[in-house]
Design a protein around this ligand. Structure first.
Ligand SMILES: C[S@@+](CC[C@H](N)C(=O)[O-])C[C@H]1O[C@@H](n2cnc3c(N)ncnc32)[C@H](O)[C@@H]1O
Length: 587
């Protein structure tokens, strides 16, 4: 078994296959079960009437669920996004899990192969999700036999059994239209807590595909080939615009941009230079709808508009984007974060829509691509690690570790090290932008980013021979972007390591001022583990003050919380190599 749930009392699993969703039985009012409904997957039968009937049926079912029950819906990302708003008044959104598919589904050259399903977890209760603490066993790179994740100097704070579960499941996979014992077992363990007894699983094999709602008045006219007045964009020059994106976009002509990419503020209270990142949520979405509509207007027919956000907000963007453009792909990007919660939020959604019929995606024409573009669209095969020395050795030994990109990405880290960051709280890794630009554009085409920050998008576009339009509200960030473009002009790499320590934070916790620690943090955490072992419990500050050979001020000054002081004491530590002697199996 690839996971281990602490203190779980495995739920009793009851599985049914049904032909029609009307066969799902009524739950009883005191029901406190967990329900998994697996919907038909990937059959493009648009039947609005049947869709409406399903939503009605689901609403009635959900309203009858007992106050302690949970509902999990397993389906395509777009169907999950269309379903959630239908029951959002009576169920609380808890989690959006991306589950890998056994085999990617390729439907055409106009979109990326589909490589994941969505598992939407909703509860009847309003509090946060209750579940057993679950760990996923480490996986090991077949080349160097070290863990697929590089834990660097932090091995002492990880658990020997595995890492805490995240919201992206790649250690198990699902084959749509088949039952999945692995998913059932995981849910039965994860929710094996006192308040639930049964996991009721319904696999629905119907031929109905859901239809998302379309707004009554379309904000942007859908483009069709004959209604488009083709504009010539030969004279559009690359530029950075300092200002509000909605105002700047309104001045741009329609149908002129080849790729719109938006990485907006996520409304999670990040400390930006100029912008309040904690709006009332309705106000936030109304604002998002306005710039999305503008992006749809300036986008050329057949081209792509991609919006990045956390999954929960992407569901709402999806609703509005369906009003103004046509769905193309739901990309899942695993940002590889450290465990911060019992189920770590580890992924972002990049939802892609086109105007009218999508063109054949430029990445599909690999013959016309430069080597740089080609590299960007070959991703790491499942199982290989990202350690630079292992990658180098794989190249010299001709080990095939790459595959053509799908809509599930796990090989691009978020920017973690300060030496790669400019002074901005949340900039994207250039590898992510290079991949998107390679997939969706050809050289010389126009890439637009309305939230250009310190220029990751415009710099990548520039470096890859595309024209760019970058809009940014803050003077400070825009100036950083301008100076980085100058570096590019002078033949320097704007993303190269630098010695500067950025002042802006990429997390909410306070930055420790002192960078030259008198004792390494790891030594302090290991000492706390030793004290915990002697006491038979986690030590508090007084215990550490009494028992540690180091002054208490180190613990006060070097860590952001007591939880971090005790991080190694709460776990067992782990080894990065599969075998003790680590004889490289493929090398
Ligand atoms: C998530 S960050 C984007 C970071 C960017 N992807 C990068 O790698 O540098 C969002 C950016 O949007 C900017 N912003 C916020 N409101 C804006 C507005 N109305 N118009 C233009 N930019 C805005 C913020 O200043 C911030 O730099």
């Amino acid at each position: 078994m690839a996971h281990q749930s602490e203190n779980a009392k495995k739920l009793n699993i009851v599985v049914k296959r049904i032909k029609d969703f009307r066969e799902i039985p009524e739950p009883s009012i005191d029901d406190s079960d967990v329900w998994l409904l697996a919907l038909p997957f990937g059959r493009h039968v648009s039947d609005a009437e049947k869709s409406d009937e399903w939503f009605k049926c689901l609403y009635e079912f959900a309203s009858k669920l007992g106050p302690n029950s949970l509902l999990a819906i397993l389906t395509t990302a777009e169907d999950a996004a269309a379903t959630w708003p239908k029951i959002s008044k009576i169920m609380r959104f808890q989690l959006w899990i991306a589950l890998k598919l056994d085999t990617p589904i390729s439907s055409s050259d106009q979109c990326l192969p589909q490589h994941h399903a969505s598992l939407l977890i909703l509860s009847k209760y309003r509090s946060s999700l209750k579940h057993a603490k679950t760990r996923i066993a480490y996986t090991y790179c077949p080349a160097c036999e070290k863990t697929t994740k590089d834990y660097g100097g932090k091995k002492h704070v990880y658990h020997e059994y595995g890492t805490l579960m995240s919201d992206i499941w790649r250690d198990i996979s699902w084959s749509p239209d088949h039952e999945s014992k692995e998913v059932e077992d995981r849910l039965a363990d994860l929710f094996g807590i006192d308040q639930h007894r049964n996991l009721n699983v319904y696999y629905i094999f119907d031929d109905c595909r859901l239809q998302p709602d379309r707004g009554s008045s379309l904000l942007v006219k859908k483009a069709s080939d004959d209604m488009i007045k083709r504009r010539t964009d030969k004279h559009q020059k690359s530029c950075l615009i300092k200002g509000d994106c909605i105002e700047a976009l309104r001045k741009m002509p329609e149908n002129t941009v080849d790729f719109c990419f938006a990485d907006p503020p996520y409304n999670i209270d990040k400390r930006y230079d100029h912008y309040d990142d904690s709006l009332d949520i309705i106000e936030y979405f109304n604002w998002c709808d306005r710039w999305i509509s503008e992006l749809a207007r300036v986008l050329k027919p057949g081209r792509t508009c991609a919006v990045l956000n956390i999954p929960q907000w992407s569901i709402r963007h999806f609703k509005h984007l369906c009003n103004v453009l046509d769905f193309q792909n739901w990309i899942v990007w695993e940002g590889l974060s450290l465990p911060v919660r019992m189920i770590m939020p580890a992924h972002y959604s990049i939802i892609c829509f086109t105007k009218g019929r999508a063109r054949k995606l430029p990445y599909a024409e690999l013959k016309r691509k430069t080597d740089f573009d080609k590299q960007a669209v070959y991703t790491l095969k499942e199982g290989f690690c990202l350690r630079p020395n292992c990658i180098d050795r794989r190249i010299t030994r001709n080990i095939s570790d790459r595959q053509l990109v799908t809509d599930m990405w796990w090989d691009i880290h978020r920017l973690k090290h300060n030496c790669h960051r400019a002074d901005h709280p949340c900039q994207l890794p250039p590898a992510l932008m290079r991949r998107l630009i390679s997939i969706f554009t050809q050289p010389d085409e126009i890439v637009l980013d309305p939230f250009n920050g310190v220029g990751t998008t415009s710099l990548c576009a520039d470096g890859m021979g595309r024209r760019y339009i970058g809009i940014e509200l803050s003077d400070q960030y825009n100036n950083i972007a301008l100076s980085r473009h100058k570096m590019l002009e002078q033949g320097k790499d704007p993303f190269a390591k630098n010695g500067d320590i950025p002042k802006a934070k990429n997390s909410r916790v306070k930055r420790i001022g002192n960078y030259s620690y008198e004792v390494p943090k790891k030594a302090l955490q290991l000492e706390v583990r030793e004290i915990a072992r002697k006491l038979g419990r986690l030590p508090n500050r007084d215990d550490v003050e009494k028992n540690s050979k180091y002054p208490i001020r180190y613990f006060d000054d070097y860590f952001v919380s007591w939880a971090e002081v005790c991080a190694a004491a709460r776990t067992t530590g782990m080894k990065e190599s599969k075998s003790e002697d680590n004889q490289l199996s493929l090398f």
